[in-house]
Design a protein around this ligand. Structure first.
Ligand code: ATP
Ligand code: LTN
Length: 336
């Protein structure tokens, strides 16, 4: 039997998961689990990554469980999955250090995410912000990932991961699998409800700009009913001139998994209010079961068990990989 291939990805425990991240991110992820049913998925909450910029202790703890529970509640299957918390596996930090010895400062300084985030840092730039992509490479290479599902913005970090892997392979012989990114084709981009020319984002300060997966029904209703539209009351898809309305149509289409023209023909003779009311009902039908399952899971023994089991499987592999690399490099005493 061929060795089972691995798929690895990390989720940062920050921000509020919303209908944009669900339709454009989580749902793709869940589909991948079906497409790659013969692979094993190592999915972790990247809490080491989240402390590169200041974050409150309480928030970090809460978000760590919240994210895992929301992914599971959204339909992530447990059969071929190890779900775990990054910081509970010391090998991530150890591999991070080893890989830093094979990474150049110049490479890290060229990363666009570093350039953006370091400019925004208010009190000096933590060195971990610079070395962030090395930790990410460690996360991936520890498990010999064949594929890494990420958003377009992570492409550069994946290139660096591949470079580091090849560099070590050139020096010590084939050691790491060189991973391929899996970047989803751009689906519907869900826009902000208050400023529909901007993407709906989990870090937007304005809560009214999005529908969160944990919002109660009355808040969902409020957000959609007060979503910015325009004053010409005809229903047609025209993102340039009618961005707010077009966003609602696109969201509806993505929820129903149909083309936007199907929704337009259903509503072209109706008014905005009817469209908004129906969209609200459709959203509630999608979100309510996720929210319910989330509440069952978030403080449950079941989630503890999932983390324990996921962590155990990941730890065994990760520790073995680190020990082998140390042996290759000549660290410590020779293993018998
Ligand atoms: P940020 O706070 O940096 O704006 P984000 O809201 O984009 O973050 P991410 O965690 O970076 O959230 O996104 C996770 C995944 O969801 C990515 O694959 C991204 O493309 C997708 N995604 C996020 N927001 C949207 C959106 N509004 N529409 C469609 N897809 C989205
Ligand atoms: N940097 C990623 C999160 C992340 C990750 C990883 C993704 C951390 N480690 C390993 C894939 C593989 C982000 O910001 N989305």
């Amino acid at each position: 039997m061929p060795k089972q291939k691995h798929i690895v990805s990390g989720i940062q425990p920050t921000g509020s998961l919303n209908i944009g991240t669900y339709l454009g991110g989580i749902r793709n992820f869940i589909r991948l689990q079906e497409t790659y049913a013969d692979h094993h998925f190592f999915i972790f909450i990247a809490d080491f990554h989240s402390i590169t910029l200041p974050i409150e202790k309480k928030v970090l703890r809460k978000k760590t469980k919240e994210l895992a529970a929301l992914y599971l509640a959204s339909g992530l299957k447990q059969e071929n999955l190890s779900l775990f918390i990054q910081s509970e596996i010391a090998a991530h930090a150890e591999m991070n250090y080893l890989l830093q010895c094979f990474t150049y400062v110049g490479e890290l300084e060229r990363m666009t995410q570093y350039k953006d985030k370091s400019q925004k840092a208010s009190e000096g730039i933590p060195s971990s912000l610079l070395t962030y992509p090395v930790l990410q490479a460690a996360d991936i290479l520890l498990y010999d990932a064949a594929y890494v599902p990420v958003g377009e913005d992570q492409k550069q970090h994946l290139e660096l991961t591949r470079d580091i892997a090849r560099r070590i392979n050139n020096r010590y012989g084939e050691f790491f699998a060189v991973p391929e990114p899996l970047i989803p084709e751009v689906g519907a981009r869900i826009m902000s409800l208050t400023d529909p020319v901007k993407k709906m984002s989990k870090s937007d300060q304005n809560e009214k700009s999005r529908v969160n997966l944990l919002d109660p029904d009355n808040i969902i209703r409020k957000r959609i009913m007060s979503a910015v539209t325009d004053s010409e009351p005809t229903i047609r898809f025209d993102p340039l001139n009618k961005p707010g309305l077009s966003n609602l149509l696109a969201m509806f289409a993505a929820l129903e998994e149909v083309g936007v023209e199907t929704i337009v023909s259903r509503y072209e003779d109706k008014d905005y209010k009817t469209l908004k009311e129906d969209l609200t009902e459709r959203l509630i039908a999608e979100i309510a079961p996720i929210r319910e399952r989330y509440h069952e899971l978030v403080d449950s023994e079941e989630l503890e068990r999932i983390f324990d089991e996921g962590g155990k499987r990941a730890r065994t592999l990760a520790e073995r990989k680190v020990a082998k690399l140390k042996e290759k490099i000549g660290l410590g005493r020779k293993r018998k």
